[in-house]
Write a protein that binds this ligand. Structure first.
Ligand code: AHR
Length: 667
């Protein structure tokens, strides 16, 4: 193969090309990136999340103690958005199993907190136990001394490293008379919500003789246990190892919170950003359409904070006023009425979107900017992009609402780039219609999605070459190579690398690209393949992860085209080679990427591109196509005669540090 660089035709490409798409799928948020260790901490699980779930899921009463049932009440709740709480009695011991157990590390500290109230003062003993009931942490004594909801906090230190600890909350056998009660503001006594589970005992009347004979009853809610070591040590933060694995990709943007999660299953399930900010007890949990629960503890503030922490642009995606499939009632209503947010409610919905811009970018004197400042971020988040819609049906219902939102943002915030959407890329979808509609409306960028075979990526190298440059720019918001059985292996990873070389060449029109989905917890996976698998203690990057990392770490803003000659006319053979040369403005480095999907080694001879006399950084990812564990290896190597040898089935990245400026390249 000969690659002849054409310096004169070098062009600017997007400096935001490689990013990530975070969706709360596969337990990516609760039980995943969000570092909270307790499951169902606020007793808000219900059969809406999963048929067999209820307020007591993940909680048990230690059967050595009595009474055995877990009482749940909705009277005078901590917050109307979190109606359920537990009613505990003297001698009861409540245990939370965490998400597949609680993994703790000897010597590490964990922030424990809870809300409680009781008519009389009393004590609660909290500790971590192993599967035999032995203590594996110190015991914190919480003196409950308020008749109204009050937050209590303590620190537990792990005495052992255990992967399946549990949190034990034991109520003292009687009330104590020593403490005086303090009070916080009270809410009117009323029941909110209702009984919704087969095993929980729901208390219907607080004045009934349900109180323990021993005389002490305490109401508790929103238990929480967080490692103190979170990513960047943020409170209510992210799991350090998982967040670091994402940061290591050097993503230029983070799209969140979905995917399907953003537009929801039915109107009621549309992700409302305002319900995900503020104090944890104020946030509104909801069912997750992937079959579990969203506490929204990982909410918009945390997403924006994470973006800032890793130097990525935030790209929130909000529903275009329509839920998934434009299905008003959600999955069960699919056969029924289609629709979106009622038109008379659209003004308020649009105002919510405008408020998000003010919340992110407004100063402290603005209503929403003030809330952000109060949450601990006085400086603006510098939001530049907003996604509207997620691979929706491009129906009249969608179009009408999208246009209203788009026009409102354009008028009030012309500085914001709106990223529109189109149907998924397959025969018979609304893909073409979505693009036509967006072009007609003048939407600056459109989010398109495709999950395709490696062969599609191999044989559609010119997909964006032939793209009409007058159309909106592209955000390739979801893509992955899928094989039967859905593995993430070297074959899929190389196909993605090959495709990304083609995308990079078209970085003047494809502005952003994100593999999907990002995270998957082992044993809780609704979708395969994913980029990063994990369990409570390990992070398991896939082969595809290394491709994303190599592109993210080796991005450039200048693309140097090259003419390729191969010693064969066979299109099928030619299609299995791809290259890309870019220059990184910050370092002045040139980066050469080369993909060989052929079963044989090939030599690439460079013309008009001099690797120089010094060793270059060379990273190679190679192996058997079915290999699921291949990892890249980096060496410093001098390139002899500007010839680079590519192993069979390989992705090679060559980085020429502080290379001569392009105009000085010898020919
Ligand atoms: O990435 C998984 C899902 O695929 C997303 O939620 C959705 O947008 C797409 O269908």
């Amino acid at each position: 193969v000969t690659v002849e660089a054409d310096v004169d035709k070098s062009k600017r490409i997007s400096d935001k090309l490689i990013g990530v798409f975070f969706e709360d799928i596969n337990y990516a948020a609760d039980g995943g990136l969000y570092a909270e260790l307790l499951q169902n901490r606020g007793f808000e699980y219900s059969r809406k999340d999963r048929r067999e779930w209820n307020s007591t899921t993940a909680w048990t009463i230690d059967t050595r103690h009595s009474p055995h049932e877990i009482k749940i009440d909705t009277l005078n709740p901590l917050h109307p958005n979190n109606p359920h709480h537990v009613v505990l009695e003297s001698g009861q011991t409540l245990v939370n199993e965490g998400f597949d157990g609680i993994a703790i590390k000897q010597g590490d500290k964990y922030d424990f907190s809870m809300f409680a109230k009781a008519e009389k003062p009393g004590r609660i003993f909290v500790k971590l136990i192993d599967d035999k009931g032995n203590a594996v942490s110190n015991e914190a004594i919480i003196k409950v001394n308020a008749k109204h909801w009050k937050k209590y906090a303590s620190v537990l230190t792990a005495r052992q490293t255990v992967t399946n600890a549990k949190l034990q909350v034991a109520v003292s056998s009687s009330s104590s008379s020593s403490s005086s009660s303090s009070s916080s503001s009270s809410l009117p006594d009323k029941h909110i919500g209702g009984a919704d589970g087969p095993t929980a005992i729901y208390v219907s009347d607080v004045s009934s003789s349900r109180k323990s004979k021993a005389g002490w009853e305490v109401r508790c809610d929103l238990f929480s246990l967080f490692p103190q070591k979170t990513f960047k040590n943020r409170k209510n933060g992210l799991r350090a190892d998982l967040a670091q694995a994402i940061a290591d990709l050097s993503p230029r943007f983070v799209r969140f919170p979905g995917g399907c999660v953003a537009h929801g299953n039915g109107i009621e399930n549309i992700y409302r950003w305002k319900e995900s900010i503020g104090r944890l007890e104020e946030r509104k949990p909801d069912f997750n359409l992937w079959g579990y629960h969203q506490t929204r503890g990982l909410g918009y503030f945390e997403y924006f904070q994470f973006c800032e922490d890793i130097g990525a642009e935030p790209l929130p995606v909000l529903a275009a006023g329509v839920p998934c499939q434009n299905s008003r009632e959600g999955k069960n209503g699919l056969a029924g009425q289609q629709g979106g947010i009622p038109l008379e409610e659209m003004e308020a919905y649009i105002q919510d979107i405008l408020d998000l811009i003010e919340w992110a970018n407004g100063d402290k004197s603005t209503r929403w900017g003030k809330l952000r400042a109060q949450a601990g971020h006085p400086e603006p988040f510098h939001l530049k992009y907003i996604g509207i819609g997620n691979e929706d049906l491009i129906s009249e219902v969608f179009k009408e609402r999208f246009e209203m939102i788009f026009n409102a943002i354009k008028e009030k915030h012309p500085e914001i780039t709106v990223v529109g959407t189109t149907g998924p890329f397959y025969e018979g979808s609304d893909y073409e219609e979505g693009w036509r509609f967006a072009a007609e409306l003048g939407v600056p960028m459109v989010d398109e999605h495709y999950y395709v075979s490696p062969a599609w990526m191999i044989y559609n190298a010119d997909f964006y070459d032939k793209y009409d440059r007058n159309k909106p720019k592209v955000y390739l918001g979801e893509y992955a190579a899928h094989l039967p059985g859905r593995p993430n292996n070297l074959e899929t990873a190389l196909a993605e690398a090959l495709h990304l070389c083609n995308v990079e060449r078209n970085g003047d029109v494809v502005m952003m690209a994100s593999y999907a989905p990002l995270l998957a917890k082992e044993g809780h996976t609704q979708w395969n393949p994913d980029l990063i698998y994990f369990n409570n203690t390990e992070v398991k990057p896939t082969v595809g992860y290394w491709v994303q990392k190599l592109f993210g770490n080796n991005a450039g803003e200048e693309y140097i085209p090259a003419r390729v000659e191969m010693a064969t006319d066979n299109a099928k053979v030619r299609a299995r080679f791809a290259h890309s040369i870019v220059r990184d403005a910050a370092t002045g480095d040139y980066i050469v990427k080369l993909v060989n999907m052929l079963p044989v080694e090939i030599t690439v001879a460079f013309r008009n591109f001099d690797f120089g006399d010094l060793p270059v950084e060379k990273t190679v990812l190679t192996g058997d196509p079915s290999d699921k564990t291949a990892k890249p290896a980096t060496v410093k190597e001098k390139i002899q005669n500007n010839n680079v040898v590519l192993p069979a089935y390989s992705f090679t990245v060559l980085r020429l540090s502080k290379h001569l400026p392009i105009s000085d390249i010898s020919t």
